[in-house]
Design a binder for this molecule. Structure first.
Ligand SMILES: Cc1ncc(COP(=O)(O)O)c(C=O)c1O
Length: 358
């Protein structure tokens, strides 16, 4: 049995609806800021408004990178106006080292320094203790980026949030892996008269064609999530049933609804990850998905030695996470026997590599 590491699937119901919506957008002649984007924004805002709370605002942007860029431009403008201690190129943003480069590139582009914080070796997330250690060393910090790794928020987020509130730091969630974010509109246009541009801004808006797919997905989200959860449960069952090889799935906490974007396992410390991935592919025809993340920011050539980027510690936690975590295949159409095959192959491969090294 062959199981590819990654398979991008768009279920037919979503495909059909997205095509129908795109046609409507082309007929209307509105390629951005049209009805589809508005509907998408309303749906997302509704999904993220807690019961009994005032409605949140959702603003659709063209990518997570542009969303982050907008947030940090707004933060810099707000600090310039209100905080006499803010100094461009001196004031900093704390970013976990275990993330994608955009999480650090956005604050750098907005004129902040970046201080990298270590990550938890077991979950890959930023922890309150790591954050407190960095803040003690970096009094110029103004904000913290939190990245929910692999599609769920860890319970630590509450401690991180309380710490940020107590320390007067803004908390920005880079939720590229997990829907849970409020975004900010910065095209610079006046709301009263959209032909008047009242501040210099950048248009990061989502196009109507993107919104067509986003809307179709958002409308079908409960059934997509149910399918992913089914695959995830199968993984838990087979890993538990078979495991006597010290393989531990990274369990999303009940604190948030995980989207199961990733299914991540931790290898025993003695098993070399590269050899494991190669053996899994060659002997069992099982591919793996990209890690979250395989190269932390303190090892990225663009950031290592960057004059505005400092690593706050030795990053031992993030290094262990990088060395030991592997993301297994997970996609909507994945059958139970495929999951069973992946789990059996993972366990056989780990045992084989463990024996070889003894
Ligand atoms: C944590 C994180 N932030 C931001 C991004 C950037 O996302 P986009 O490709 O939508 O700009 C990614 C992409 O992988 C990511 O993993």
């Amino acid at each position: 049995m062959r199981v590819p590491g990654v398979l991008v699937e768009i279920p037919w119901i979503i495909r059909d609806r997205a095509v129908e919506y795109t046609e409507a957008a082309y007929k209307n002649g509105r390629l951005s800021d049209g009805e589809l984007t508005n509907r998408f924004e309303r749906l997302i805002a509704l999904a993220h408004t807690p019961k009994g709370m005032p409605a949140v605002e959702a603003v659709a942007v063209s990518s997570a990178t542009t969303g982050l860029a907008a947030v940090f431009q707004v933060l810099a403008a707000r600090l310039r106006a209100n905080d006499p201690t803010y100094v461009p190129g001196v004031s900093s943003v704390i970013v976990p080292t275990n993330t994608f480069v955009a999480s650090a590139a956005a604050p750098l582009a907005a004129g902040f320094r970046v201080t990298l914080a270590d990550s938890c070796p077991v979950t890959g997330n930023l922890t309150k203790n790591a954050l407190a250690e960095v803040v003690a060393k970096d009094p110029a910090a103004k904000a913290v980026v939190y990245v929910p790794i692999g599609g769920s928020l860890s319970p630590e987020i509450e401690q991180v949030r309380d710490f940020c509130v107590g320390s007067g730091l803004d908390l920005i969630i880079d939720a590229a892996h997990a829907r849970a974010v409020q975004q900010i509109r910065t095209p610079g246009k006046s709301y009263a008269d959209p032909t008047r541009v009242t501040s210099v801004g950048t248009n990061y808006r989502m196009s109507e064609a993107q919104a067509a797919l986003g809307l179709a997905y958002a409308e079908e989200w409960p059934s997509v999530l149910a399918e992913r959860t089914r695959v995830w449960r199968n993984y838990l069952y087979y890993l538990k049933r078979l495991s006597d090889a010290e393989i531990y799935p990274v369990i999303p906490s009940a604190f948030s609804t995980a989207n199961h974007y990733k299914i991540t396992v931790r290898l025993p410390p003695a098993v070399p990850k590269e050899a494991f991935i190669a053996a899994l592919e060659n002997a069992s025809f099982v591919g793996t998905a990209g890690g979250t993340f395989d190269v932390p920011l303190h090892e990225q050539p663009a950031l290592k030695g960057h004059p505005l980027v400092t690593a706050a510690s030795d990053m031992a936690g993030a290094d262990e996470w990088r060395r030991r975590h592997v993301c297994l295949p997970i996609y909507l159409s994945m059958r139970e026997e495929q999951v069973a095959h992946v789990c059996e192959s993972v366990i056989t491969t780990v045992k084989k590599l463990t024996t070889e090294r003894k």
